[in-house]
Design a protein around this ligand. Structure first.
Ligand code: UDP
Length: 240
């Protein structure tokens, strides 16, 4: 079921259901893509209809960020669960390994995807990582061709928003993979350069605050979170 949060239509499901659907897409072939918008990204989409269309054009739209879940609740249409992109990515890995599917890691600074691949291979010895590349390519066509040549089933596209959504929507067919997943800074996490917040911090919905403390440069971007919530409340008061 889809739930509209300020124009972005999220899939309302559990993490397991999202993983089942993702694996069905991988098995099905075709050229699917998945996005994981947080409130900052929804706020951007509220002001950029073309970007909003890219998000809504995805085959899976997962609510990353407690603010999206809160927004849906305030609008009177609660989502089934919050599905952090990090949990979705981590949950896909053993399933891809078990199914013998090929994964390509695209994004982050030079060397990060390689380090992420080494760490993931150590954790999931059966996982087939068929290629890696950094996300600061000048020649987009060459980057697309390199992915295609590696013949992946799944690509983790970690270029940050909105670059990764534009990249996935523009090149989904040429990339040749069954599933593209836009996962922001996940390769930095897999590489061990950035730590996720401890579980208890996530449980109380304060992961955003942990990230702000760890990466103060995010402050300006994070100002969109209260703006997003203010817009939600205004819409609710107007009676939608
Ligand atoms: N990035 C990239 N190419 C670019 C810009 C960014 O590969 O042209 C990478 C960046 O190095 C980082 C990720 O995209 O690994 C974005 O991380 P961030 O935490 O800002 O993204 P979020 O998850 O918040 O969208």
């Amino acid at each position: 079921m889809k739930i509209d949060v300020m124009g972005v239509r999220f899939d309302s499901c559990t993490l397991d259901q999202a993983l089942d659907r993702a694996m069905a897409m991988v098995e099905d072939g075709g050229a699917h893509y998945c996005v994981t918008p947080n409130p900052e990204i929804v706020y951007e989409a509220m002001h950029d209809p073309a970007f909003c269309d890219l998000l809504n054009g995805a085959d899976l739209v997962l609510p990353d960020g407690v603010g999206v879940v809160l927004g849906a609740k305030l609008l009177g249409t609660p989502l089934e669960a919050r599905i952090p992109g990090a949990d979705f990515a981590a949950g896909l890995l053993p399933r891809l390994a078990a199914a013998g599917k090929r994964l390509y890691l695209l994004g982050a600074k030079p060397g990060v995807a390689e380090q992420a691949a080494a760490n993931l291979r150590a954790r999931h010895p059966d996982l087939q990582i068929c290629g890696t590349a950094d996300g600061y390519f000048r020649d987009e066509a060459a980057a697309v061709a390199a992915v295609r040549a590696a013949a992946p089933d799944v690509v983790f596209v970690c270029l940050g928003a909105p670059k990764q959504e534009r990249f996935m929507a523009a090149h989904r067919e040429e990339l040749g993979a069954s599933l593209l997943a836009g996962l922001g800074g996940m390769l930095d996490v897999f590489a061990g350069n950035v730590r996720r917040a401890p579980d208890w911090v996530c449980r109380i919905g304060m992961e955003w605050f942990y990230r702000l403390l760890k990466e103060p440069r995010r402050f300006k971007r994070m100002l969109r979170l209260p703006k997003f919530l203010a817009a939600v409340v205004a819409r609710r008061l107007r009676g939608r």
